[in-house]
Design a protein around this ligand. Structure first.
Ligand SMILES: CC(C)(COP(=O)(O)OP(=O)(O)OC[C@H]1O[C@@H](n2cnc3c(N)ncnc32)[C@H](O)[C@@H]1OP(=O)(O)O)[C@@H](O)C(=O)NCCC(=O)NCCS
Length: 147
């Protein structure tokens, strides 16, 4: 399966909302995604298959630190390696722009995402108790240093 990664343009906003709504209990509105396109600290990256957006990653970069605020694949496109492709590309991009550390928060119950992150060198770095407002679930903070 072939995937390409590129910045996501605002014309894809409906597709972003659609993908996000398939997995995110605190799903983002169109307006929230649109803000990301104009936020200078935001990086909005998409993974495409034959010009169809199938997943996205949004990160905020401040100085040499990046925080991945959202990442998701359309359910039809999971387990084909697209998540690995997207995140690997983001690690490359981060290095290019001088990022030294990347963090993210993941639900304690989300073992598939944790497995992806661990495969790509992220390690648990902390716990935020009752972080998620929808069900009070804890977040595991994961971290990866770039050399
Ligand atoms: C987590 C997610 C991004 C993974 O993307 P993906 O394209 O399916 O992942 P890949 O096919 O690249 O798989 C990479 C690794 O992730 C892990 N993984 C992915 N899906 C998994 C599953 N259902 N069960 C167990 N491990 C899984 C495996 O370690 C896998 O490596 P392997 O194929 O060598 O076993 C995707 O499942 C998703 O969008 N989930 C819903 C949104 C979400 O949870 N986002 C993270 C918020 S923090």
């Amino acid at each position: 399966m072939k995937f390409q990664v590129a910045p996501v343009l605002s014309l894809w906003v409906d597709r972003l909302v659609e993908i996000d709504s398939t997995w995110n209990p605190r799903s983002w509105s169109q307006k929230l995604f649109e803000r990301e396109f104009f936020n200078p600290v935001s990086r909005v990256r998409g993974v495409f298959h034959e010009e169809l957006l199938i997943g996205y990653l949004i990160a905020h970069v401040v100085l040499d630190e990046a925080h991945i605020v959202s990442l998701g694949l359309h359910p039809d496109w999971r387990r084909f390696g697209a998540g690995t492709h997207l995140l690997t590309d983001y690690l490359r991009l981060s290095r290019l722009e001088g990022v030294r550390v990347i963090t993210l928060d993941v639900r304690r119950s989300n073992l598939s995402a944790q497995a992806l992150y661990q495969k790509l060198g992220f390690a648990p770095a902390g716990l935020r108790r009752h972080y998620y407002s929808d069900n009070g679930e804890d977040a595991i903070t994961m971290r990866r240093e770039l050399h």
